[in-house]
Design a protein around this ligand. Sequence first.
Ligand SMILES: O=C(O)CCCC[C@@H]1SC[C@@H]2NC(=O)N[C@@H]21
Ligand code: NA
Length: 582
Amino acid sequence: MDPLGTMHFTTIDYVIFALLLVASMGIGLYYALSGGRQRTTQEFLLADRSMSCLPVSLSLIATFQSAVAIVGVPAEIYTHGTQYWFIGCAYILGLLIPAHVFIPVFYRLHLTSAYQYLELRFSKPVRICGTLTFIFQTVIYMGVCVYTPALALNAVTGFDLWGAVLATGLVCTLYTTLGGLKAVIWTDVFQTIVMFAGQLAVIVVGVQQTGGLAEVWRKVWEGNRISGIDLNPDPTERYTFWTLGVGGVFLMLSLYGVNQAQVQRYLSSKTEREAIMSCYMVFPSLQVALALSCVMGLVMFARYCGEDQFHKIGNLSKNEMVLYFVMDMLQDIPGLSGLFIACLFSAALSTISSAFNSLATVTLEDLIKPHCSSMTEARATLLSKGLACSYGLICLAMAYLTHLMSDSVLQAVFKIFGMVGGPLLGIFCLGMFFPWANSTGALAGLGSGLAMAFWVGIGSIVTRTSGGSAAVSHFNCTAVQLSGNITTAIGTALNSTAVPTSTSSQPMGLQRFYSLSFMWYSALSSFTVVITGLIVSFLTGPMKEEDVTPGTLYPLLGNMLFFVPENLKQNLCCATPLGHRF
Ligand SMILES: O=C(O)CCCC[C@@H]1SC[C@@H]2NC(=O)N[C@@H]21
Ligand code: NA
């Protein structure tokens, strides 16, 4: 094992990587030539609303489990310990609320695009703004998802960067354009299995090569990587139980509650019950995905924390050192490094294919169809295929911009979701829970939410203080004092990889605002939307409940007071309109 760039793939590794691409293409072709042969938008965009909960739930996971998590989470655990694992607590409410609030409303309105809701509840301009916001968020996100695996691979194995980006982008564009949502969902199922297998392989081999479970646990424990629950209420602390467990709920709601890619999967289910079941089934698999990536970070720590190992990865970027670790573990076992490469690209493919398909859906449904209602079904389907294809090419261009991103892609993605997904969550909540909200209020709300989010987000990037630059903890995992020169080596390495330790004097005023943890962006921006939306609605004449389109309100109060008898609720304020019992 000598320095970087000399890790070679054997033929079998390339074969496994090629097999992943061929299998994905095969599924795409199968759905292009079977069933209705993708001749209607109902089939191309919604899989004929015939899906059952198992494939939908695996596709829901795959959509927001990209190479960013596969590479970024282990790097996070390695450098800062297991505090991040507490995001698992956000999955409970983060999936229960979508299952019992958002899915029933969207499913009973029989929508195709989530943003049709905004026109039904408010007006067409609100729908257009929602759609454009979603397109902006998704185009940036998928650029990061394509670039991350290719960049990390290239740095560690010399794997041709643009060859990988092109191969991934083109194969993905092809099978998404050919096979529609059915192909995207079933390739997601296949790719999720490959993702889990690849991570498991690294963990098993890593534990075995680091001296077994007991040895790994001892090193991890002595290297204080196991973080206890951090109840620090300071909102500028990057990851605490509050930023992850509570801030994370808003992040999950913006993704699993109102994001078009996920809503489309709920709508493709054959019944509302199947859609709700798929949301429930996401919970265990998402916990497994989180556990795999966290354990991978712990095994990586145990492997390299020793004084004799650290020099190998001391000067690598976070993402590169994860790939180095993987290649270090799997290099000598034929095919396993190919399996992990397939795992990395499965993560990327399953995310960007969902992005292409959802982008094509909203562009057709929200931006094109309303202006040419006379379009025939065949033309509409052809157009949605053309859209999926053109979004694929845009994605490759976005991939190029991504290498400007900050070192931690995980952090960059959380910021994108917080800054753009948060305001979208806010506008849907404004519509569903507040009957008085009108479309002027909704537009003002969305605008203020985006302004607030971009103010804190850009501010944090400009002043490079997003979420308080936590000090990088020490790497020694043995109680034994390190000999002089090695300590220097570790110290030097730390300086090159360490983020500047948080300044002793707490930042004040605006500086403190900019150092708000990015995990609070979703909550902050969605609250801004709701509060501004309500104020502007009351100022411009609030709507009356009877004027609101039926089925677009979620009787929050009515359902919270489920224990109050119906007749009493009738003459109170918040009767649950019969037939809309959620
Ligand atoms: O694309 C990625 O993998 C990074 C984004 C992660 C999005 C959120 S984080 C909580 C939930 N768990 C996941 O695996 N994805 C979503
Ligand atoms: Na994915």
